[in-house]
Design a protein around this ligand. Structure first.
Ligand code: ATP
Length: 354
């Protein structure tokens, strides 16, 4: 197990770079504690796999350093780094039994038969593979095979870190949550540093103690699921996390206050710097209330999700989504709304102004 530090990592697949878009990763700084559960979250193309491949040693970064327990390992090859990596699609030996698949990484490391047997049975039990240990892997379903892949990564105790690259892609939706909670439970049991890469916010938020949100090759925020939800530091985090995502609308800063729709919004920030090319107000649908006064909106549509109602409204600055209890009375035509001051944020050029 190891503490992992990434220092000012940048990577470009091009030989020459002239602008930000030429970089797949830009200025990534990370400190991951030994034994922590982390997720890298972001949409397709944001640089997650590039970062994972740099940590595993498959890619050499254009700039920056990787340290395991404060030791610079940037020049080491993948084998020397002692990492277990689990990919999107199962990597197993079909002709071997489930037992032999799990035992394989341990045999390679010269563990005794008894040690191997103990470990294989322990991991087999954790992943509920005990009854299939003597079956050929070929006969298993896709999720059974992926469980073996997970087991092959988890069975080794000599690894610095276990990395999962979208490991639940091939799993049936109804089984996803089973494996997701299993992984969380396994992390608590074996207490190794784990990095989980995904574009799925639910997977990231349920697995990790700390989530790193990536956007266009940059880290836009690192935080606990609650921090990312309650205080997005970048408009992208607001959009990407939450369902529906945060409402982000143009506003003006007048004398240090937020002017939205011709009204001053209550806000706890003292806004000093104002030379942004764009300023926006951000409020999550959960933190908007109907009121007798405030911002006037037109009700466009009400969708009932069972537990909640999602109300699509419109004002002259754009559309605003509101989340209300399923039992709430919703005005039918126009209404006034207010924003909860505690969760009203202002963004200058997409970054939170604090
Ligand atoms: P996905 O979830 O689709 O795999 P990702 O977040 O893992 O996306 P990366 O695969 O790391 O993102 O890609 C980051 C950027 O680097 C993208 O713009 C991608 O097109 C580019 N890229 C990735 N691999 C290569 C490569 N081998 N050569 C050139 N460009 C690449």
């Amino acid at each position: 197990m190891a503490k992992i530090t990434l220092k000012d990592l940048s990577h470009s697949y091009l030989t020459k770079q002239s602008n930000d878009a030429d970089w797949a990763l830009r200025g990534v700084d990370i400190d991951w504690k030994d034994g922590g559960a982390y997720a890298l979250l972001g949409p397709s193309g944001c640089g997650k796999t590039t970062l994972l491949n740099i940590i595993s040693g498959l890619l050499k970064p254009t700039k920056g350093k990787i340290l395991f327990d404060d030791k610079d390992i940037t020049a080491l090859n993948p084998v020397e780094r002692d990492i277990a990596q689990i990919f999107q699609f199962p990597v197993i030996y079909d002709t071997m039994t489930v037992y032999d698949n799990l035992a394989f990484p341990l045999k390679n490391r010269g563990l005794s038969k008894t040690e191997i047997d103990t470990k294989v049975k322990e991991i087999g039990e954790m992943l509920e593979l005990t009854s299939t240990l003597n079956n050929k892997a070929a006969g298993l379903t896709a999720d059974g095979k992926q469980k073996i892949s997970l087991g092959r990564g988890l069975v080794r105790s000599d690894v610095n870190v276990i990395m999962f690259d979208e490991p639940l892609t091939v799993i049936d939706p109804h089984l996803k949550w089973v494996l997701r909670s299993k992984l969380k439970e396994l992390h608590q049991k074996i207490n190794r540093t784990m990095i989980y890469v995904t574009h799925d916010q639910i997977e990231a938020l349920t697995f990790a103690d700390e989530v790193v949100v990536m956007h266009e090759g940059q880290i836009v925020q690192t935080g606990t699921p609650v921090e990312l939800f309650e205080k997005p530091k970048h408009t992208f985090v607001g959009h990407f996390i939450g369902s529906p995502g945060m409402n982000i609308l143009p506003c003006e800063i007048v004398n240090g206050q937020i002017n939205f729709e011709g009204k001053i919004l209550p806000n706890s920030t003292n806004i000093i710097k104002t030379n942004f090319s764009k300023t926006q107000v951000g409020i999550r649908p959960e933190f908007i209330n109907f009121s007798n006064e405030g911002i006037e909106v037109k009700i466009k549509r009400v969708s009932d999700t069972g537990r909640h109602k999602v109300i699509d409204t419109e004002c002259s600055s754009g559309s605003i989504k509101i989340l209300a209890n399923a039992s709430a009375e919703i005005p039918s035509d126009s209404a006034y709304i207010t924003f909860d001051q505690k969760y009203t944020y202002v963004y200058g050029d997409d970054w939170i102004i604090e």
